[in-house]
Structure formats: C-alpha cells, structure tokens
Design a protein around this ligand. Structure first.
Ligand code: AMP
Ligand code: MG
Length: 486
C-alpha cells in the first residue's frame, strides 16, 4: 500500500527547488479519484480512495517515500519576463515509474504556500480544480498529449478570491513539470553549469535517444520544437484555446499544461480570446501557432551556451532549428484539418477547401464542433440539412458542400467517414457545461461534474443518454470569458 515513489528531481542540485511540506486542510472530502490512472501509476486505487489516501491527496499527511518540493522556474508572462516564479501553489510529492515504464510526477495544486508564493496564498479555489480535472481528462480522451487528473479534493476551507469561495486541492500527474521557464531560470542567472545539468536530466528523462547523437542539445531543441508544433495543431483541430501560453506554461515534454482560462470554441472565430486578462489577443485561437514559436525562440536562447562553444555557431544552429517550425506547424495543421473533412494526404487544393469552409463558418457564426461532426453525417446520408442549418445563412455553405462532395468522389467513402469520425469529436467540454458543473460543485452538488466527466471519456462516440452535451449553448448560456486559476 502507499505510493511507490522513485524520486529523481529531489536528487538535483538544491538551486532547482525548495523542499516544502504541504499545509493541512481542515475537512477534506474526495470528490473524484481517477482509478484507471492510479492503476497505470502502480498505486492501489482502493488504498488511494481510503482515509489514508485522502490524507495524502489533501496534503494532510506526507506519504512514505515522498520528498515534497516546490520547483523553481522563471517565465515570460504576456511577453514580460519574471525571473522569479516557481511553484507558488503547487508541491511535487515525488515521482513513480508507471506500469507503462514511464516516469511520472505526482503533484498537488492548492496545497499551501511555498517559498515561491510571493503574495499568493498557495491555495486553489474549488472551481479551477474542477475545471482542470474535467478539461485535462477530456484532452487525454481526445488523444492530446496532456497532464492528467488523479484526484479532486474539496478542502472544507474557504479561500478569498472575489469574495470567499470553497477551496480545493488538485492532484496532477505529468511526464514532468519541466517548462521552458525552468530553462529560463538558469539562463537568467547565467548559471551554465546547472543549465547543463537540467538539459542532461531532460534528455535522459524524456529523449534518451538524443544521448547517442553528436549534439544532444540540438536534438533536444529540435524535438521540443516538433512536439510543440504538433501539440498546437492538435489543440486547433479540436477548437481548443489554451488561454495563457506563457513560457512557464509550456512543457519540454510536449504535454499540455495549466488549464486556467482555457476553453473550447463554440462558434468558430479565429480571433476568439477567453481569458479575461488577455486584452490584446496575444493568446487568441488563431495566434497560438505564432506564439508557440515565440516561446520556442525563448527556449532556444536558453540553450545557446550548450549548442556550440562558438556563440555565432550556436546562434546559427538555433536559427536553423527555429526555421523549421513554420512548415512543421503548417503541414501538421493541413493534415489535421484535411482529415476533418475526410481527406488523407491533402494537397494545396484541399487546404484551400478547408480555408473556404472556415471562412464561411466564421461569417455564418457556425458551431465549430457541430459543423465538422455533422459533415460526416451529411456524407453518409447525402443530406446537407444537418450542416446547412448550423449557418446563419444556409445558402452560404451549399456551394462549398458541392465542391467538397466532388473532391471526395474518387475516395473510399467508408475510409473518409472513419477518418472524419476519429478527427471530429461529438463531445467537447463546452464552457457552459463546465460552468454549470462548477456552480453546482460550489454548493456541494458534484453530480453534474461527474456526469460531464463520464460523457467525455468517450468523446468520439455518440451516447444516447448524453445527447444534451452535444448541443451548442443557447444564446443566454454562452460563456464570454474565463478566469485565471488563481
Ligand atoms: P499560473 O497562472 O498558474 O501559470 O501561475 C503563475 C505563477 O503564479 C506561478 O508561479 C504560480 O505558482 C503563481 N501562483 C498562482 N496562483 C497562486 C496562489 N494562489 N498562491 C501562490 N502563488 C500562485
Ligand atoms: Mg503556470
């Protein structure tokens, strides 16, 4: 029983973190425990669901083998550099080697102050805990690389945000919590010795094949660029807006991290921003590709001392690596969106077809998820009605549908249908559904939270008992802004 900790980050030099115990909460209650994930981690789910397991997940008891610590990192937040961020409301309990052979971090979020808390309370409101639980598990079921939710716990305490609200503790699992900001921490301090220790650690943990190469650090840079390029297009394929793509919220493992003011598009709008603090649209839906490159450029800068002894050569190597990003991003985007309309190995004319559709969707305020899913129904039935009714002016899309059907003429119909149905989910965690689950959760009723989690476990399969989760929000249900997790 217990957690089979096997810690490696705690062995790194002390500048990497601050040891810190979680602070107890008064009356913890388990809201949801992810039994399947516990099993992957090699933890007995029944034990984790016991009072003893709850005490560990609430931060009330330090499990045997845990070496709790807060990680140090810096970061560019909305373009401005903060040299001193770090885990201000998160504590890494330790690592386990999962049944799949992968090393995982187990981290509490909202478990009390750390030396990095600055003026924050180190706590989390329950709302953001429920939101992160829902969205990260939905992302995992949708096939997107992401951190996972192991548990959501109500703390039984109140935290002060815009007034007093119920508090919670979230348990996050990640292949690691190392961010671009972690590299920036050492680069900003000109600590090249520990920068190399960090890079070697990341290579050994995430990209061991790079160790065999002539320049492992260049392979690291290239691999992170590739992972992130594909990650961002995966988000876009699903209409996901991260909302706070600061460099401290971008992992080097290529997992999505930090589900704060994130949201899925309802109606398609490339300029859509949800975060209430993103006034310039820096992290708008359609700006996620370019902003990822901006962040990766900051990452490349941190690696300059490692890439080559000669600084000019380092810069040339970094520039060449970054130059590959645009075509990686564009090719991946085209492939994913071609798949959404049933085309494998699309060419330029297929991409033009996608662009025309997206323009019509923006113009016609059509629901992103419903249009793509209904396209497969239209292909199967031959009837356009289920698609055209999603546009303000149905005529705007009839011509496009003709061209699309013609382009699919010599393609195997069942293959196209299968491709579309695994590229276009029926269910996404829609904002109004998350909001209603949080609202009820704040009053101690978790039934909607559970129901939403349940339906999202199989997002690509229509489930008769969950039809209400397919629908776009009615006008009065539309959520305009989401707020930071703080
Ligand atoms: P985030 O917006 O979650 O990416 O957090 C940005 C930074 O603010 C990180 O260093 C967090 O640890 C810190 N932070 C956010 N909320 C709190 C809080 N309630 N208490 C202490 N630090 C916080
Ligand atoms: Mg963060």
């Amino acid at each position: 029983m217990g957690i089979p900790f096997n810690n490696s980050y705690a062995r790194l030099p002390e500048t990497f973190f601050a040891p810190i115990e979680p602070t107890s909460v008064s009356a913890p209650v388990m809201i949801r425990l992810n039994h399947d994930l516990a099993t992957v981690l090699g933890i007995d789910a029944a034990w984790l669901d016991s009072p003893e397991g709850l005490a560990v997940l609430a931060g009330n008891q330090t499990a045997a083998g845990s070496e709790p610590l807060a990680m140090a990192y810096s970061g560019h937040q909305f373009g401005g550099f903060s040299p001193q961020l770090g885990d201000g409301r998160a504590i890494l309990l330790g690592e386990v080697i999962g049944k799949d052979g992968v090393r995982y971090d187990i981290q509490l979020k909202g478990s009390g102050p750390t030396p990095f808390s600055r003026r924050g309370d180190g706590r989390s409101a329950l709302g953001p805990v429920l939101r992160e639980y829902i969205v990260s598990e939905a992302m995992a079921a949708l096939g997107v690389p992401t951190t996972r939710s192991l548990a959501a716990v109500a703390s039984g305490e109140r935290v002060f945000r815009e007034g007093f609200v119920p508090g919670g503790v979230f348990t996050r699992v990640a292949q690691s919590h190392i961010r671009i900001g972690t590299f920036q921490w050492f680069a900003a301090r000109q600590d090249h010795v520990n920068l190399r220790v960090l890079a070697d650690y990341v290579i050994a943990r995430h990209y061991p094949e790079a160790m065999q190469e002539d320049n492992p650090y260049l392979v690291l840079l290239n691999t992170v660029i590739e992972r992130q390029a594909r990650l961002i297009t995966h988000w876009m394929q699903l209409g996901f807006i991260h909302g706070v793509m600061n460099t401290d919220n971008m992992t080097v493992s290529g997992e999505t991290i930090d589900f704060g003011p994130c949201a899925f598009l309802d109606t398609y709008d490339p300029e859509k921003v949800f975060s209430s603090i993103d006034r310039d649209g820096r992290y708008a839906f359609g700006n996620q590709g370019p902003i990822a490159l901006w962040n990766l450029t900051r990452f490349a800068e941190t690696l300059l001392p490692l890439l080559h002894e000669d600084q000019n050569k380092s810069i040339a190597e970094a520039e060449a690596a970054l130059d590959r990003y645009s075509s990686l991003h564009q090719n991946s985007l085209q492939e994913r969106f071609a798949a959404k309309i049933g085309i494998r190995d699309g060419d330029t004319s297929d991409w033009n077809l996608v662009k025309t559709l997206l323009a019509a969707m923006a113009e016609g305020e059509a629901d992103f998820t419903l249009v793509f899913r209904h396209l497969s129904d239209a292909l199967e039935s031959g009837d356009n009605q289920s698609v055209t009714c999603l546009f303000r002016q149905p005529e705007a899309i009839t011509e496009w549908l003709k061209t699309w059907r013609a382009s699919l003429h010599d393609v195997d119909r069942s293959e196209s249908l299968a491709l579309m149905r695994r590229s276009n989910p029926v269910y996404i965690p829609r904002n109004h559904r998350i909001e209603e689950a949080i609202k009820a959760g704040n009053h101690g009723d978790y039934s909607l939270f559970h129901r939403l989690n349940d339906v999202l476990q199989q997002p690509f399969t229509s489930q008769a008992e969950f039809t209400e989760y397919e629908a776009a929000p009615a006008p009065h249900e539309v959520v305009q802004a989401t707020f930071c997790g703080t």
